[in-house]
Design a protein around this ligand. Structure first.
Ligand SMILES: *Cc1c(COP(=O)(O)O)cnc(C)c1O
Length: 366
């Protein structure tokens, strides 16, 4: 069988070593005679595993003690509701930076729960180049309850590397497609959230990292109508086990954290991720056959869209790529073209195989 490389944007490929380990202990985990998914989340052995996964994530991201780490349901989109429900009191407004399709969707959902100030920072220049307003020029409201932004736009292939200085207003980041891909300073954020299915594990799990003081005292700061399963304070007070957490996804995320730690942590994977992205962008930029229109400094290292000059070759490109074991390269329907997602689990060999195929395809079709 040809070696398969899966470039899907999400759910995305997981490290082969992690999948093999999960397979190995699938029906008999830790000599319990049961699968981990058959055990009570309140059993000692499960709780120990769950706590270890949290400890490993804290270690990987250097998360300080005054931040809670929550293991939630509901995906990235669930957080589009949970964030305003928990952090936006009546009578205040929140700033939403929009630079692509996910940040736009987050703003639109948040409007159901309060006063939202949408700030569009995306610019399209003549010739089709896409650029952004730089972080120090964002027109932020100093009295906002929080600022929400998406540092890596998965669909558009746009990444914001600079962390905005919000002058004390809590910064909320949707890191669904970039968490753990490079080092960040968690203390600059009030809240970070990420659906698991891109860089952490299987779908069904969402990680929330939130500064304790934002949750409030006693029953907390959340709006009255907040469903209990979306209430951060309730989750934090119950170690993410107020209701049954996504137990299997939590376990698998734990294996991924361990895999990443063994590999040298976020610092090590960041280097590999840079090399992967450089290789693919170089190939695109060296040719007149392929094209990427994002201004250099805003190009995503995780999700790389590219377009064939001659779009009538798209179907042929995808079909031949699949024959080579290069899967799921079709771009998102909103932007068309191709997209290669190079999350942590994608080895550099996958990108090498992709660029070799692209060069050969160009030779044969230009
Ligand atoms: C995938 C994605 C989401 C949506 O996640 P779901 O788990 O499908 O709700 C939200 N934000 C970003 C940046 C994403 O990449």
């Amino acid at each position: 069988m040809t070696k398969i490389f899966n470039f899907c944007a999400g759910p995305a490929m997981l490290p082969t070593a992690v999948m093999a380990k999960a397979q190995d202990e699938f029906i008999n985990w830790n000599n319990t005679g049961s699968s981990v998914m058959e055990l009570s989340h309140r059993s000692g052995i499960y709780m120990k595993m769950a706590a270890q996964a949290e400890a490993d994530l804290r270690h990987l991201m250097t998360i300080p003690d005054n931040y809670k780490v929550l293991f939630c349901h509901g995906g990235g989109r669930g957080q589009f509701s949970a964030v305003p429900l928990n952090l936006l009191p009546q009578g205040q407004s929140a700033d939403y930076i929009v630079n692509g399709s996910w940040s736009k969707a987050a703003a639109s959902e948040a409007k159901n729960f309060g006063d939202i100030n949408v700030i569009n920072i995306r610019q399209e220049h003549d010739g089709g180049e896409v650029s952004l307003t730089s972080v120090d020029e964002w027109p932020l409201n100093p009295n906002a309850a929080y600022v929400h932004y998406c540092p890596n736009e998965t669909v558009d292939g746009i990444e914001i590397n600079d962390i905005p200085d919000t002058k004390g207003v809590p910064l909320v980041a949707d890191m669904s497609s970039t968490i753990l891909s490079h080092q960040i300073d968690v203390t600059q954020f009030g809240l970070i959230y990420a659906g698991a299915q891109k860089n952490i594990g299987p779908s069904g799990l969402t990680i929330v990292i939130v500064r304790e003081d934002l949750l409030g005292e006693g029953k907390g700061n959340a709006q009255q109508a907040t469903p209990c399963i979306m209430n951060y304070k309730t989750s934090a007070d119950n170690d993410s086990m107020y209701n049954t957490p996504p137990t299997y996804a939590w376990y698998l995320a734990g294996l991924v954290f361990k895999w990443l730690k063994d590999l040298g942590g976020v610092k090590a994977i960041e280097k590999i991720n840079q090399a992967k992205a450089k290789l693919l962008y170089q190939t695109i930029d060296d040719s007149n056959f392929y094209n990427n229109n994002i201004e250099l400094q805003y190009r995503s290292k995780m999700n790389i869209p590219f377009w064939l000059q001659d779009e009538s070759l798209n179907e042929q490109f995808l079909a031949q790529a699949e024959q080579q074991g290069l899967m799921a390269l079709k771009g998102h329907r909103i932007v068309g073209g191709m997209r290669a997602s190079l999350y942590n689990a994608m080895p550099i060999e996958g990108v090498q195989a992709l660029v070799e195929f692209m060069q050969k395809f160009e030779q044969e079709n230009k």
